[in-house]
Ligand binder design. Structure first.
Ligand SMILES: Nc1ncnc2c1ncn2[C@@H]1O[C@H](COP(=O)(O)OP(=O)(O)OP(=O)(O)O)[C@@H](O)[C@H]1O
Ligand SMILES: [Mg+2]
Length: 319
């Protein structure tokens, strides 16, 4: 059944400002000088929205944003051409500082506390998601939760999205992922660690992984993708099970690989592609993302050239 709704929405409840600075010879307890730095408005849903825009698809972004440092996000939203429906919360969106020392080849992380949305902010987000879901084909809920937001809220949001006739996609981990799975979203993409936590044991070979994915299909999750880092990913949907393997590429930064894979799956759905083509597109986009610094590829060509080198194997028995 093809949905006639075309809008795409991403929900980022816990975005962050990533501040990366290079400090040669960084030392604790001393005065350190920054040689160069960059700050980026980050968050899984924001990254996914950026990728979807490269396909020219219409995207609205929502979630929670602090009033005190919203400008960097507002600029990114306007650069990307996405509609800003973020709920503003008093205070500052969390900042994550990465201190890179080229001399010791070390990275030091300093993570600020984030926003603490209250019940009224959560209500406003629920209303926003309900309103946007009415016109949306797909709503993606991605990333971690801010302090004070219970994991069950993710499952509740999935319920709201489904009730308005949109397809829910979830990328989170731990209890929030477990809550989402109980609400049976349309697509999930755990990595192997997240899947192990979800099923309560380390998964074994590919057959075992496919069996777990099929169990989730039976519970109402249409597409279960399990990503395996450089080994690629397994996609289980509608009686089909495909293993997709990227070519060996030079990994510059794996930041955003999972986001690119989800962006590719959602774009492929929006473009009406069959499973195998969606899988090829998603795997190529993820590999292209890994080959360069930062979570966003410059253009789709980088992925296009990799598509022919993606190896897709049918894991289905007797088929
Ligand atoms: N070194 C690599 N070479 C090629 N492709 C890669 C590499 N690492 C990751 N990928 C691609 O990116 C996909 C997602 O990566 P991964 O399994 O690490 O997701 P993740 O742990 O959810 O990542 P994230 O940190 O973005 O949440 C993989 O399934 C694979 O297709
Ligand atoms: Mg991930």
């Amino acid at each position: 059944m093809q949905s006639t709704k075309t809008g795409l929405v991403t929900v980022t409840m816990n975005p962050a400002i990533d501040l990366a600075c290079t400090v040669p010879g960084f030392a604790a307890g001393a005065v350190n000088r920054v040689a160069e730095y960059r700050s980026d408005a980050a968050g899984k849903g924001v990254n996914i929205a950026g990728l979807l825009r490269k396909f020219g698809l219409p995207v609205t972004v929502t979630g929670f944003l602090g009033t005190e440092n919203a400008r960097i996000f507002e600029k990114r939203f306007s650069d990307l051409g996405v509609t800003d429906a973020f709920v503003r919360v008093p205070g500052e969106t969390r900042i994550g500082i990465k201190v890179l020392d080229p001399e010791s080849r070390s990275t030091t992380d300093i993570n600020f506390p984030g926003l603490t949305p209250d019940a009224s902010h959560l209500d406003r987000l629920t209303e926003t998601v309900a309103r946007l879901s009415r016109e949306a084909a797909v709503v993606v809920v991605a990333g971690s939760l801010p302090v004070g937001v219970a994991p069950e809220e993710v499952g509740r949001l999935i319920g709201v999205i489904k009730a308005q006739g949109a397809r829910a996609v979830v990328d989170t981990s731990g209890p929030a992922l477990a809550s989402a799975v109980r609400a049976a979203p349309w697509l999930i993409k755990p990595n192997d660690d997240e899947l192990a936590e979800l099923v309560g044991r380390p998964t074994g070979d590919l057959d075992d992984l496919v069996a777990e994915a099929r169990r989730m299909n039976a519970e109402g999750i249409a597409t279960v993708a399990v990503s395996l880092g450089a080994r690629g990913a397994v996609f289980v949907e509608d009686g089909q099970a495909l293993l997709s393997r990227p070519p060996k590429v030079e990994a510059v930064s794996t930041v955003g690989a999972g986001d690119a894979m989800i962006g590719g799956l959602v774009a492929g759905m929006a473009l009406g592609l069959p499973l195998e083509e969606r899988v090829r597109l998603a795997t190529a986009l993820a590999a292209a993302t890994v080959m360069q610094a930062g979570p966003a590829i410059k253009d789709l060509n980088a992925a296009k050239v990799l598509e022919a080198r993606i190896e897709i194997t049918n894991l289905q028995k007797g088929g």
